[in-house]
Design a protein around this ligand. Structure first.
Ligand code: MN
Length: 365
Protein backbone atom coordinates (compact mmCIF):
# COMPACT_ATOMS: atom_id res chain seq x y z
CA UNK A 1 0.00 0.00 0.00
CA UNK A 2 1.11 3.53 -0.76
CA UNK A 3 0.32 6.68 1.19
CA UNK A 4 -0.87 9.85 -0.50
CA UNK A 5 -2.56 13.19 0.12
CA UNK A 6 -5.57 14.67 -1.66
CA UNK A 7 -5.00 18.27 -2.77
CA UNK A 8 -7.77 20.68 -3.71
CA UNK A 9 -7.24 22.88 -6.75
CA UNK A 10 -6.06 25.93 -4.80
CA UNK A 11 -3.49 23.70 -3.07
CA UNK A 12 -1.55 22.85 -6.24
CA UNK A 13 1.46 24.84 -5.00
CA UNK A 14 5.11 24.04 -4.13
CA UNK A 15 4.26 24.59 -0.46
CA UNK A 16 1.58 21.90 -0.48
CA UNK A 17 3.80 19.46 -2.41
CA UNK A 18 6.50 20.03 0.22
CA UNK A 19 3.93 19.52 2.99
CA UNK A 20 2.88 16.18 1.42
CA UNK A 21 6.50 15.00 1.20
CA UNK A 22 7.24 16.14 4.75
CA UNK A 23 4.18 14.31 6.08
CA UNK A 24 5.46 11.04 4.55
CA UNK A 25 3.43 10.85 1.33
CA UNK A 26 4.78 9.42 -1.90
CA UNK A 27 1.65 10.14 -3.94
CA UNK A 28 -0.97 12.86 -4.43
CA UNK A 29 -4.55 12.79 -5.67
CA UNK A 30 -5.57 16.05 -7.31
CA UNK A 31 -8.94 17.78 -7.47
CA UNK A 32 -9.10 19.97 -10.59
CA UNK A 33 -12.65 21.14 -9.95
CA UNK A 34 -12.60 24.32 -7.88
CA UNK A 35 -15.32 23.46 -5.37
CA UNK A 36 -14.85 26.77 -3.58
CA UNK A 37 -15.46 29.05 -6.59
CA UNK A 38 -17.96 31.82 -5.67
CA UNK A 39 -19.01 29.79 -2.67
CA UNK A 40 -21.13 31.40 0.04
CA UNK A 41 -20.70 28.90 2.87
CA UNK A 42 -17.61 26.90 1.96
CA UNK A 43 -14.33 28.19 3.43
CA UNK A 44 -11.11 27.14 1.69
CA UNK A 45 -9.17 26.07 4.79
CA UNK A 46 -11.25 22.91 5.22
CA UNK A 47 -12.75 20.08 3.18
CA UNK A 48 -15.54 21.50 1.01
CA UNK A 49 -18.63 21.63 3.18
CA UNK A 50 -21.42 23.91 2.01
CA UNK A 51 -24.32 24.31 4.39
CA UNK A 52 -27.00 21.65 4.77
CA UNK A 53 -28.76 22.67 1.56
CA UNK A 54 -26.23 25.13 0.10
CA UNK A 55 -24.02 24.12 -2.80
CA UNK A 56 -20.25 24.06 -2.56
CA UNK A 57 -19.81 26.66 -5.31
CA UNK A 58 -20.14 27.45 -9.01
CA UNK A 59 -18.88 24.90 -11.57
CA UNK A 60 -16.14 25.63 -14.11
CA UNK A 61 -16.14 26.59 -17.77
CA UNK A 62 -17.91 23.91 -19.87
CA UNK A 63 -15.81 24.78 -22.92
CA UNK A 64 -12.42 24.62 -21.22
CA UNK A 65 -11.66 20.92 -20.88
CA UNK A 66 -8.56 19.77 -19.01
CA UNK A 67 -6.03 19.47 -21.85
CA UNK A 68 -3.26 16.89 -22.21
CA UNK A 69 -0.74 19.74 -22.18
CA UNK A 70 -1.86 21.10 -18.82
CA UNK A 71 -2.19 17.59 -17.35
CA UNK A 72 1.35 16.74 -18.45
CA UNK A 73 2.63 19.99 -16.94
CA UNK A 74 0.83 19.15 -13.69
CA UNK A 75 2.29 15.64 -13.56
CA UNK A 76 5.80 16.95 -14.21
CA UNK A 77 5.48 19.67 -11.57
CA UNK A 78 4.38 17.07 -9.02
CA UNK A 79 7.17 14.68 -10.03
CA UNK A 80 9.72 17.49 -9.75
CA UNK A 81 8.56 17.84 -6.15
CA UNK A 82 9.34 14.17 -5.56
CA UNK A 83 5.77 12.87 -5.68
CA UNK A 84 3.65 10.71 -7.99
CA UNK A 85 0.33 11.94 -9.38
CA UNK A 86 -1.92 8.96 -8.65
CA UNK A 87 -5.33 10.23 -9.76
CA UNK A 88 -7.57 13.12 -10.67
CA UNK A 89 -10.60 13.14 -8.38
CA UNK A 90 -14.04 14.19 -9.68
CA UNK A 91 -15.41 15.50 -12.95
CA UNK A 92 -16.55 19.10 -13.19
CA UNK A 93 -20.37 19.28 -13.26
CA UNK A 94 -19.89 21.79 -16.09
CA UNK A 95 -18.64 18.90 -18.25
CA UNK A 96 -21.19 16.22 -17.45
CA UNK A 97 -24.37 17.63 -15.82
CA UNK A 98 -26.55 16.35 -18.63
CA UNK A 99 -25.07 12.86 -18.30
CA UNK A 100 -26.28 12.83 -14.70
CA UNK A 101 -29.56 14.53 -15.58
CA UNK A 102 -30.14 12.89 -18.99
CA UNK A 103 -30.43 16.38 -20.46
CA UNK A 104 -30.26 17.71 -24.04
CA UNK A 105 -26.45 18.06 -24.04
CA UNK A 106 -25.85 14.46 -23.00
CA UNK A 107 -24.31 13.33 -26.31
CA UNK A 108 -21.83 16.24 -26.49
CA UNK A 109 -20.94 15.78 -22.83
CA UNK A 110 -20.19 12.08 -23.31
CA UNK A 111 -17.69 13.20 -25.96
CA UNK A 112 -16.23 15.69 -23.48
CA UNK A 113 -15.73 13.00 -20.86
CA UNK A 114 -14.15 10.71 -23.46
CA UNK A 115 -11.76 13.51 -24.41
CA UNK A 116 -10.80 14.04 -20.78
CA UNK A 117 -10.16 10.31 -20.32
CA UNK A 118 -7.96 10.25 -23.42
CA UNK A 119 -6.11 13.34 -22.17
CA UNK A 120 -5.44 11.66 -18.82
CA UNK A 121 -4.12 8.61 -20.65
CA UNK A 122 -1.87 10.75 -22.81
CA UNK A 123 -0.58 12.52 -19.69
CA UNK A 124 0.18 9.25 -17.93
CA UNK A 125 -2.38 9.77 -15.16
CA UNK A 126 -3.81 6.32 -14.41
CA UNK A 127 -7.06 7.05 -12.52
CA UNK A 128 -10.12 9.32 -12.77
CA UNK A 129 -12.32 9.37 -9.68
CA UNK A 130 -16.00 10.25 -10.09
CA UNK A 131 -19.25 10.32 -8.14
CA UNK A 132 -22.38 9.51 -10.13
CA UNK A 133 -24.82 11.47 -8.00
CA UNK A 134 -27.56 14.03 -8.62
CA UNK A 135 -27.87 15.58 -5.16
CA UNK A 136 -24.17 14.96 -4.45
CA UNK A 137 -22.61 15.65 -1.09
CA UNK A 138 -25.28 17.50 0.90
CA UNK A 139 -27.56 17.36 3.91
CA UNK A 140 -24.71 17.55 6.40
CA UNK A 141 -24.27 19.91 9.32
CA UNK A 142 -21.02 21.30 10.77
CA UNK A 143 -20.98 21.05 14.56
CA UNK A 144 -18.38 21.29 17.37
CA UNK A 145 -19.01 17.64 18.19
CA UNK A 146 -15.55 16.21 17.60
CA UNK A 147 -13.04 15.20 20.25
CA UNK A 148 -12.02 18.33 22.19
CA UNK A 149 -15.02 20.13 20.64
CA UNK A 150 -13.38 20.02 17.19
CA UNK A 151 -15.61 21.24 14.38
CA UNK A 152 -16.77 18.24 12.39
CA UNK A 153 -19.43 17.12 9.95
CA UNK A 154 -22.33 14.76 10.20
CA UNK A 155 -26.02 14.22 9.71
CA UNK A 156 -28.71 15.10 12.22
CA UNK A 157 -31.53 13.30 10.42
CA UNK A 158 -32.83 12.74 6.88
CA UNK A 159 -32.37 15.46 4.27
CA UNK A 160 -35.27 15.18 1.88
CA UNK A 161 -36.96 18.46 2.85
CA UNK A 162 -35.38 20.80 0.32
CA UNK A 163 -35.30 19.71 -3.34
CA UNK A 164 -32.44 20.45 -5.76
CA UNK A 165 -33.01 23.73 -7.65
CA UNK A 166 -32.71 23.96 -11.43
CA UNK A 167 -29.18 24.65 -12.61
CA UNK A 168 -27.65 22.66 -9.77
CA UNK A 169 -26.27 19.14 -9.76
CA UNK A 170 -23.87 17.26 -7.48
CA UNK A 171 -23.52 20.06 -4.93
CA UNK A 172 -22.47 22.68 -7.50
CA UNK A 173 -24.22 25.29 -9.63
CA UNK A 174 -23.63 24.64 -13.32
CA UNK A 175 -26.11 27.24 -14.61
CA UNK A 176 -26.44 30.38 -12.46
CA UNK A 177 -29.05 31.72 -14.93
CA UNK A 178 -31.35 28.69 -14.74
CA UNK A 179 -35.04 29.46 -14.46
CA UNK A 180 -36.66 29.08 -11.06
CA UNK A 181 -37.93 25.64 -10.23
CA UNK A 182 -36.68 22.30 -9.03
CA UNK A 183 -35.27 19.10 -10.52
CA UNK A 184 -37.97 16.46 -10.92
CA UNK A 185 -37.49 13.37 -8.76
CA UNK A 186 -36.50 10.21 -10.61
CA UNK A 187 -36.52 6.54 -9.62
CA UNK A 188 -33.55 4.42 -8.54
CA UNK A 189 -34.01 2.34 -11.72
CA UNK A 190 -33.73 5.43 -13.87
CA UNK A 191 -30.50 6.50 -12.10
CA UNK A 192 -28.99 3.03 -12.67
CA UNK A 193 -30.08 3.20 -16.31
CA UNK A 194 -28.16 6.50 -16.66
CA UNK A 195 -25.06 5.00 -15.06
CA UNK A 196 -25.32 1.94 -17.30
CA UNK A 197 -25.38 4.10 -20.44
CA UNK A 198 -22.48 6.19 -19.15
CA UNK A 199 -20.26 3.19 -18.42
CA UNK A 200 -21.12 1.58 -21.75
CA UNK A 201 -20.08 4.80 -23.48
CA UNK A 202 -16.85 5.54 -21.64
CA UNK A 203 -15.33 2.27 -20.34
CA UNK A 204 -14.08 1.16 -23.79
CA UNK A 205 -12.35 4.54 -24.17
CA UNK A 206 -10.85 4.24 -20.68
CA UNK A 207 -9.56 0.75 -21.50
CA UNK A 208 -7.91 2.05 -24.64
CA UNK A 209 -6.39 5.01 -22.77
CA UNK A 210 -5.12 2.85 -19.90
CA UNK A 211 -7.18 4.82 -17.39
CA UNK A 212 -9.26 3.40 -14.54
CA UNK A 213 -12.54 5.12 -13.70
CA UNK A 214 -13.02 4.94 -9.95
CA UNK A 215 -16.45 5.40 -8.38
CA UNK A 216 -16.98 7.05 -5.00
CA UNK A 217 -20.08 5.85 -3.11
CA UNK A 218 -22.85 8.29 -2.21
CA UNK A 219 -21.83 10.53 0.67
CA UNK A 220 -23.89 10.51 2.85
CA UNK A 221 -25.17 7.03 1.90
CA UNK A 222 -28.92 7.55 2.23
CA UNK A 223 -31.45 5.88 -0.15
CA UNK A 224 -32.56 9.38 -1.17
CA UNK A 225 -31.36 12.92 -0.51
CA UNK A 226 -33.23 16.09 -1.46
CA UNK A 227 -35.86 13.95 -3.18
CA UNK A 228 -33.31 12.29 -5.49
CA UNK A 229 -32.29 8.62 -5.52
CA UNK A 230 -28.76 7.60 -4.53
CA UNK A 231 -26.77 4.98 -6.42
CA UNK A 232 -24.28 3.28 -4.07
CA UNK A 233 -25.70 3.57 -0.54
CA UNK A 234 -25.09 -0.01 0.66
CA UNK A 235 -21.81 -1.96 0.25
CA UNK A 236 -23.36 -4.53 -2.11
CA UNK A 237 -24.36 -1.80 -4.59
CA UNK A 238 -20.70 -1.37 -5.49
CA UNK A 239 -20.82 -4.90 -6.91
CA UNK A 240 -23.82 -3.97 -9.05
CA UNK A 241 -21.80 -1.06 -10.46
CA UNK A 242 -18.83 -3.33 -11.20
CA UNK A 243 -21.03 -5.96 -12.84
CA UNK A 244 -22.35 -3.46 -15.40
CA UNK A 245 -18.98 -3.43 -17.19
CA UNK A 246 -16.48 -5.98 -15.89
CA UNK A 247 -13.13 -4.37 -16.71
CA UNK A 248 -9.98 -3.16 -14.97
CA UNK A 249 -11.11 0.30 -16.09
CA UNK A 250 -14.36 0.02 -14.13
CA UNK A 251 -13.06 0.38 -10.60
CA UNK A 252 -13.70 1.91 -7.18
CA UNK A 253 -12.61 4.96 -5.23
CA UNK A 254 -13.47 3.10 -2.08
CA UNK A 255 -14.38 5.40 0.81
CA UNK A 256 -14.05 3.62 4.15
CA UNK A 257 -15.88 6.32 6.11
CA UNK A 258 -18.85 6.40 3.75
CA UNK A 259 -19.14 2.59 3.79
CA UNK A 260 -18.98 2.61 7.59
CA UNK A 261 -21.98 4.99 7.60
CA UNK A 262 -24.06 2.51 5.56
CA UNK A 263 -26.84 0.64 7.38
CA UNK A 264 -26.24 -2.83 5.87
CA UNK A 265 -23.25 -5.14 5.61
CA UNK A 266 -19.99 -4.21 7.28
CA UNK A 267 -16.99 -2.21 6.23
CA UNK A 268 -14.43 -4.99 6.87
CA UNK A 269 -16.20 -7.43 4.53
CA UNK A 270 -16.53 -4.74 1.87
CA UNK A 271 -12.84 -3.78 2.04
CA UNK A 272 -11.89 -7.48 1.99
CA UNK A 273 -14.12 -8.36 -0.96
CA UNK A 274 -13.23 -5.43 -3.19
CA UNK A 275 -9.49 -5.39 -2.39
CA UNK A 276 -9.17 -9.18 -2.87
CA UNK A 277 -10.68 -8.89 -6.34
CA UNK A 278 -8.48 -5.95 -7.34
CA UNK A 279 -11.42 -3.57 -7.76
CA UNK A 280 -10.02 -0.68 -5.71
CA UNK A 281 -8.16 1.97 -7.72
CA UNK A 282 -7.49 4.04 -4.59
CA UNK A 283 -8.90 4.42 -1.15
CA UNK A 284 -10.24 7.19 1.13
CA UNK A 285 -9.57 6.58 4.80
CA UNK A 286 -11.71 8.25 7.45
CA UNK A 287 -13.32 7.23 10.73
CA UNK A 288 -16.87 7.86 11.86
CA UNK A 289 -19.31 7.36 14.75
CA UNK A 290 -22.83 6.18 13.95
CA UNK A 291 -24.62 5.47 10.71
CA UNK A 292 -26.91 7.48 8.48
CA UNK A 293 -28.97 9.47 9.17
CA UNK A 294 -27.20 10.08 12.51
CA UNK A 295 -23.43 10.05 12.35
CA UNK A 296 -20.43 12.31 12.63
CA UNK A 297 -16.93 12.21 11.18
CA UNK A 298 -14.18 11.62 13.77
CA UNK A 299 -10.43 11.67 14.02
CA UNK A 300 -8.78 8.59 12.51
CA UNK A 301 -7.81 7.05 15.85
CA UNK A 302 -11.30 7.10 17.37
CA UNK A 303 -14.70 6.26 15.95
CA UNK A 304 -16.42 2.97 15.16
CA UNK A 305 -13.96 1.62 12.60
CA UNK A 306 -10.93 -0.45 13.68
CA UNK A 307 -8.43 1.13 11.29
CA UNK A 308 -5.67 -1.37 12.08
CA UNK A 309 -8.07 -4.11 11.02
CA UNK A 310 -8.87 -2.26 7.75
CA UNK A 311 -5.19 -1.76 6.95
CA UNK A 312 -4.31 -5.36 7.86
CA UNK A 313 -7.02 -6.60 5.46
CA UNK A 314 -5.53 -4.43 2.71
CA UNK A 315 -2.05 -5.72 3.50
CA UNK A 316 -3.23 -9.36 3.49
CA UNK A 317 -4.87 -8.84 0.08
CA UNK A 318 -1.71 -7.20 -1.29
CA UNK A 319 -3.49 -3.94 -2.06
CA UNK A 320 -0.84 -1.91 -3.88
CA UNK A 321 -2.91 1.21 -4.56
CA UNK A 322 -2.83 4.58 -2.83
CA UNK A 323 -4.50 5.36 0.49
CA UNK A 324 -5.31 9.00 1.19
CA UNK A 325 -6.80 10.60 4.29
CA UNK A 326 -10.42 11.50 3.48
CA UNK A 327 -11.62 14.23 5.84
CA UNK A 328 -10.57 15.11 9.35
CA UNK A 329 -12.29 17.21 12.00
CA UNK A 330 -10.74 20.69 12.15
CA UNK A 331 -7.98 21.05 14.72
CA UNK A 332 -7.99 24.31 16.69
CA UNK A 333 -4.89 26.08 15.36
CA UNK A 334 -3.92 28.47 12.55
CA UNK A 335 -3.90 25.60 9.99
CA UNK A 336 -6.84 23.28 10.81
CA UNK A 337 -6.78 21.36 7.51
CA UNK A 338 -3.02 20.80 7.55
CA UNK A 339 -3.03 19.71 11.17
CA UNK A 340 -5.87 17.26 10.57
CA UNK A 341 -4.13 15.77 7.53
CA UNK A 342 -0.75 15.50 9.32
CA UNK A 343 -2.42 13.79 12.27
CA UNK A 344 -4.20 11.30 10.00
CA UNK A 345 -1.07 10.62 7.94
CA UNK A 346 0.99 10.04 11.08
CA UNK A 347 -1.52 7.41 12.18
CA UNK A 348 -1.55 5.70 8.77
CA UNK A 349 2.26 5.65 8.57
CA UNK A 350 2.56 4.19 12.06
CA UNK A 351 0.01 1.48 11.30
CA UNK A 352 1.72 0.70 8.00
CA UNK A 353 5.11 0.46 9.69
CA UNK A 354 3.67 -1.88 12.29
CA UNK A 355 2.03 -4.14 9.71
CA UNK A 356 5.18 -4.26 7.62
CA UNK A 357 7.54 -4.77 10.55
CA UNK A 358 9.35 -8.08 10.79
CA UNK A 359 9.92 -7.59 14.49
CA UNK A 360 8.74 -10.60 16.50
CA UNK A 361 7.41 -8.18 19.10
CA UNK A 362 4.66 -7.00 16.76
CA UNK A 363 1.51 -8.98 17.38
CA UNK A 364 0.51 -11.36 14.57
CA UNK A 365 -2.84 -10.32 13.20
MN1 MN B 1 -14.62 9.84 0.59
Amino acid sequence: MKVGLGLYRHMLTPEHYAFACQAGCTHVVVHLVDYFHQAATNPRNNQPTGAKYDTWGVAGNPDKLWTATELIALRKEIEAAGLVLAAIENLDPAYWHDILLDGPQRTQQVEKVKTIIRNLGEAGIPVLGYNFSIAGVCGRVTVPAGRGRALTLGMDGPADDVPVPNGTVWNMIYDPKASAGILPSISHDELWRRLHRFLEDVIPVAEQAGVRLAAHPDDPPMPTMRGQPRLVYQPRMYQRLLDIAPSRSNALELCVGTIAEMTEGNVYDAVDQYSRRGNIAYLHLRNVVGKVPHYRETFIDEGDVDMIRILSILKRNNFDGVIIPDHSPQMTCPAPWHAGMAHTLGFILAAKAMLESSSPNVTER
